[in-house]
Design a protein around this ligand. Sequence first.
Ligand SMILES: [Ca+2]
Ligand SMILES: [Ca+2]
Ligand SMILES: [Ca+2]
Ligand SMILES: [Ca+2]
Length: 279
Amino acid sequence: MVVARFSGNNRIYLNQGDLVFKNKGGTFGHTKHTIHDLHLADMNHDGFLDIIVAYHKGRNEIWLNDQSAKFKEVHHFGHVLSPSYHMEVGDLNKDGFLDVVEVNAKGHKNWMYLSKGAKLHYDAVGFSHPNVDSRAVEVADLNYDGNPDILIGNYKELNQVFYLNEKAEFIDTLFFGGSNEKTSDISVVDMNNEGKLDILCAHMGTANSIFFGTDTHKKFIRQDLNEHVFNTSAILGLDLNGDGLMDIAETNLNHRNVYYTQDTLPIKKVPEGLKIIGK
Ligand SMILES: [Ca+2]
Ligand SMILES: [Ca+2]
Ligand SMILES: [Ca+2]
Ligand SMILES: [Ca+2]
């Protein structure tokens, strides 16, 4: 378990068995910068998970696992002034090394850091208009061509899917959501178990939404989760109760966090068959 804090040292807690966590791994990162996102992924191909952090100010970092869960060697990437909100990793250019996508606040482009077939060497590729206030990013193959695609969630702008080819070049695009909505997080999961990926969107101040995948990657069908409306900061689709159906967990600012479980009936039709039970 890795704990990223807004101030003070970030800490690593290693599971000692039976869910006993000890702060054996020590600390990593800086005390002066605020971490907005953190991922675990093996960035240097040595079989051990490394820590990637996105800072709201300051360059983003990869902390390499020394193979004993200590993180002393750091590699910087990104731009000093980019206020990163979220990032995601995936092998976008299909060279076998993970790449990073970061999304940044208004005034800054979003960036892809594409691996160059060697350890920890990246080409920076800027995309999106700098005036777009991007808050969320996901990587998923939404058109099922074997190449990962990028989803971007924006504040008061339409969200966007960037479809990529195997060289991580943009080949197609799709806008979704509303231009007045404040999207704070995106997750991709098959909510209705029919084999097509669906998009969960967290919104600040308006209903969270599911965009159901269809037979074409150019169209998603929207259904809002109107029952509760909060300032949602994160949303996740996962099977909470082990019934094989995806449930939804969301974190809310200034309100208790909420989870929804699907009724025992699977979602059969899109979107009328959806039944969400709030807890
Ligand atoms: Ca590693
Ligand atoms: Ca790559
Ligand atoms: Ca794709
Ligand atoms: Ca689906």
